[in-house]
Design a binder for this molecule. Structure first.
Ligand SMILES: [Zn+2]
Length: 178
């Protein structure tokens, strides 16, 4: 596992899958921007398989299959044109963030059905460099309902006044029982 997710049980996996299927069936399912068209085609099945039987590290390896992640991007300066992307790093960030997003959503949903109204944010892994604005969340106790509704809200669709875990790209925080 890339992140130490402490309650990846069959029940939590089932809840994650139900939440993922609900988003896919909705009007605007989220697809990571770095996926190629082939990557978008494979994405739902890769996520289903990772959620049901594996973990974030398996998802990263699956994403490294040829042609699923865009290998080039436009450079910031117009003169230098396109530059190559570190595909392994892109796959790792995408897999860690997406799997954790569904873990937080699925676990929150399950805890709500158990009547558990608060959860604790914890550091599930050590980033190579700390991301600004992230450290303050260590150990924070938040309402389970807020965690459930904060799902992707900071970037899809964008509502910047919402609290969400993962908090931002490369965030290594997740949630657990208090
Ligand atoms: Zn964080």
């Amino acid at each position: 596992m890339l992140l130490n997710l402490t309650e990846l049980t069959p029940d939590v996996r089932a809840s994650m899958l139900a939440e993922f299927e609900a988003e896919l069936a909705g009007a605007t399912p989220f697809y990571p921007a770095r996926l190629t068209p082939a990557g978008r085609d494979r994405w739902p099945d890769l996520l289903r398989e990772a959620i049901s039987n594996h973990d974030d590290e398996w998802l990263m390896e699956a994403l490294l299959e040829d042609g699923l992640i865009v290998g080039f991007e436009m450079s910031a300066s117009a003169r230098s044109g396109v530059k190559s992307v570190n595909v392994r790093s892109a796959a790792q960030t995408m897999a860690m963030s997406e799997f954790n997003t569904w873990y937080v959503r699925g676990l929150s949903a399950m805890l709500l059905t158990e009547g558990i109204v608060t959860v604790r944010v914890y550091r599930a892994g050590m980033p190579k460099w700390s991301v600004a604005g992230c450290d303050v969340h260590d150990g924070q106790v938040v309402e389970t309902q807020v965690m459930y509704e904060g799902h992707r809200a900071r970037y899809w669709p964008t509502r910047t006044n919402v609290f969400a875990i993962p908090y931002q790209p490369n965030c290594h925080h997740s949630i657990q029982r208090v």
